[in-house]
Write a protein that binds this ligand. Structure first.
Ligand code: KG4
Ligand code: ZN
Length: 362
């Protein structure tokens, strides 16, 4: 079975073809036949963040060509495609509309069914494409719009265990980078600068450390970084490196603290022997964070699953895979499907104060 994936929720225009095969023992495996990503970073960097109107226009200009490229690289065509999977939310509405309308148009003209996919489900299920792991598992999703722990019980069965009450982790990296005049996007710049820095020079706050607290809060840390930068101004290269290293160390401490608590919570509800922690989202590309979580997993008898970098950040292969996971189990979408700028994975969990205030994401 082949699914064409389309992703346009933020600033990547992406299309991919993924195939699922089932062997004689009933084991399902996915293979990425093509994974085309056009990143709009250069169109937004002068503004220091994603400009929704520019993003929507760029998706519109590029998407058709990107889809053709994905089909050609996969050596396939619409006659072989069993379904289209398209991100319908959460994200920036203009981009979502472009992707969804394109999927509907292809579906109407070819008769191929389409699935409106939650972008977060794409991130949540990627580890089953890359590592073939079984449900249930624990997901740490950390990107520019989200910071969540989710218990992934099955396709379409997600329980949010913790979230942020203010900024998302990627947002905290981006804002820190902006404050220090580092390149956009901020995460990789902060990580690079931190390599030369002293993580002990600034004692930044570790937010919400109380024993029972499981949610994240990063706005206090952001303020502490601003105050430290103001105090050191004019900043030298050493100051910048030390601030980045101390900031990253604070983040890592918080992530370790919360992950321990999530392991306890997961273990109290699930008794299986193989326990997997999956990390996803752009921040999962951070090597220091990965290695800190790796050691914690070893300490607690868990296995860390970190998909390759190009599948951690936004891409259409994960959307195509989510479509393959749904194909045959759930009804396809119909022409009344609409894009949703907010769309939590776990629709029953109550919102927390301040979360999702950026508006674009859940
Ligand atoms: O998942 P993603 O590509 O897009 C969404 O936000 O959905 O994540 C982008 C975020 C940005 O905030 C970026 O600064 C952050 O991931 N990021 C990183 C690193 N690479 C990307 N944060 C920390 N360290 C990195 N190496
Ligand atoms: Zn994402």
């Amino acid at each position: 079975m082949q699914v064409l994936g389309i992703e346009t929720s933020c600033d990547e225009t992406a299309a991919a073809v993924v195939e699922k095969a089932v062997d004689l023992a009933g084991i399902e495996t996915g293979e990425i036949l093509s994974n085309i990503i056009y990143s709009q970073t250069s169109e937004h960097e002068v503004f220091g963040g994603v400009v929704p109107e520019i993003a929507a226009r760029s998706h519109l200009q590029k998407l058709d060509g990107i889809i053709n490229k994905a089909l050609a690289e996969a050596n396939t065509n619409f006659a072989n495609i069993d379904a289209i999977a398209v991100t319908a939310g959460p994200g920036l509405i203009g981009g979502l509309l472009t992707g969804l309308m394109t999927a509907k148009a292809i579906s109407a003209s070819t008769g191929i069914p389409f699935y409106a996919i939650n972008h977060l489900e794409g991130h949540a299920l990627t580890a089953r494409l890359t590592d073939n792991i079984k449900f249930p598992y624990l997901l740490l999703l950390v990107s520019g719009g989200h910071s969540q722990f989710v218990e992934v019980k099955d396709v379409n069965e997600y329980k949010r265990l913790a979230t942020t009450i203010d900024d998302a982790l990627g947002e905290a990296f981006d804002k820190t980078a902006k404050l220090l005049s580092l390149d956009y996007p901020g995460g990789p710049s902060v990580e690079k600068a931190a390599l030369a820095g002293d993580p002990k020079r600034f004692d930044f706050p570790r937010p919400l450390p109380a024993r029972t607290e499981t949610n994240f809060s990063f706005s206090g840390l952001k303020t502490a970084v601003r105050l430290a930068a103001n105090k050191c101004a004019p900043l030298t290269q050493t100051d910048i490196a030390d601030i980045c290293a101390s900031f990253q160390e604070a983040i890592i401490d918080v992530l370790k603290n919360r992950t321990h608590k999530m392991f306890d919570l997961f273990e109290s509800a699930n008794t299986q022997k193989d326990k997997h922690l999956v990390i996803a989202g752009g921040v999962a590309a951070n090597k220091q964070i990965r290695s800190a979580l790796e050691s914690l997993c070893q300490e607690r008898g868990w296995k860390l699953i970190a998909p390759p970098m190009n599948l951690c950040t936004d891409n259409a292969a994960m959307i195509a895979w989510a479509g393959l996971e749904r194909l045959g189990k759930f009804e396809p979408s119909n022409m009344s499907a609409s894009p949703r700028s907010r769309w939590p994975l776990d629709e029953v969990s109550v919102g927390v104060i301040g979360s999702g205030k950026r508006g674009a994401k859940a």
